[in-house]
Ligand binder design. Structure first.
Ligand code: ZN
Length: 297
């Protein structure tokens, strides 16, 4: 073979060897955070992989966008659930010129909170306790709490239901203004403020912040805070008996223009037996009881 031929073969060998070494050493360029047997480099949240070019550029490193953050499914309770109460939506946008007023006695067990009457900024009841009733989740967290009087009434209510063969469970009770603010801001980011207001209460205007309201479902959690709860045996039982324990169905069917909210057979509000009996027997809203209408426009 000619000298030229040998040089060509030598060049090919050198190039091939170089390529092979590059390929062989490539894995060392992967981030060493994983250090395990896993094949794909494990990336921390949004972290860029260690310089992939160092390995000769042949490493197939996933882009940060394509990788799933390893801790994305932390505790579901740490991130607000946007769909807690999708149908707790105002029937009409608030506004229409009605001035917002602040409830004068936010600690009253009969306080009126709605689109027109808000709670004082960052109001938090001082007597929140954990009612001894089952919830559809097991964590001992904020949304399990209610004001003491309402909590005891709820225990009575659940016990009475159980005697009638109806097993109830709590879905969501107290909600702080900061929780509501985080929720509401997330909705605004996602859908814009105008739309967000159609399905989420403006912070300070949620009855859940009083510690006197709770969403209730059957113990199986089916249709929890959803319109398909209407007509269930749990919903029927609640409609017949809540007032015996000082609660009302707060957002009645056909009263949307007064309450500003759709029918919510699961949302019950403690007001005490006297008012509850009157409101429920007359089939009226708390707004009508207080002669404080209209609120939704
Ligand atoms: Zn509710």
């Amino acid at each position: 073979m000619s000298k030229k031929g040998w040089i060509v073969i030598l060049l090919i060998v050198v190039i091939a060897a170089g390529w092979g070494i590059g390929k062989y050493t490539a894995p060392s360029a992967a981030p060493d955070s994983g250090a395990s047997a896993s094949q794909a480099p494990q990336l921390e949240d949004g972290q860029a992989p260690a310089d992939p070019a160092q390995g000769g550029g042949t490493v197939d490193v996933p882009s940060p966008e394509a990788s799933q953050p390893a801790e994305s499914a932390a505790s579901p309770e740490e991130t607000p659930q946007p769909s807690t109460e999708p149908s707790e939506a105002p029937a009409a946008a608030p506004g229409g010129g009605g001035a917002v007023e602040t409830a004068a006695e936010p600690d009253s067990l009969t306080v009126l909170v709605n689109k027109q009457y808000k709670l004082p900024d960052n109001y938090k009841p001082e007597d929140l306790v954990y009612p001894d009733v089952p919830f559809i989740f097991s964590e001992k967290i904020e949304k399990r709490m209610m004001r003491e009087t309402a909590a005891h009434a709820l225990e009575e209510l659940f016990a009475a239901a159980k005697q009638d063969g109806v097993n109830l469970a709590g879905v969501s009770a107290y909600r702080s203004q900061s929780t509501q603010t985080v929720l509401f801001n997330n909705y605004v980011k996602r859908d814009g403020e105008e739309k967000a207001r159609t399905y989420s209460a403006v912070p300070g205007h949620s009855e859940h912040q009083t510690g006197l309201a709770i969403d209730v479902s059957g113990s199986d959690g089916k249709c929890a805070a959803e319109s398909c709860f209407a007509g269930t045996k749990e919903a029927e039982w609640l409609a017949q008996h809540v007032q015996e324990h000082g609660f009302i169905i707060r957002f009645l069917e056909g009263k949307e223009s007064i309450t500003g909210y759709k029918y919510e057979p699961w949302h019950i509000r403690y007001v005490g037996k006297e008012i509850a009996e009157e409101v429920m027997s007359k089939g009226i809203t708390l707004e009508e009881y207080y002669d404080a209408i209209p609120v939704s426009n």
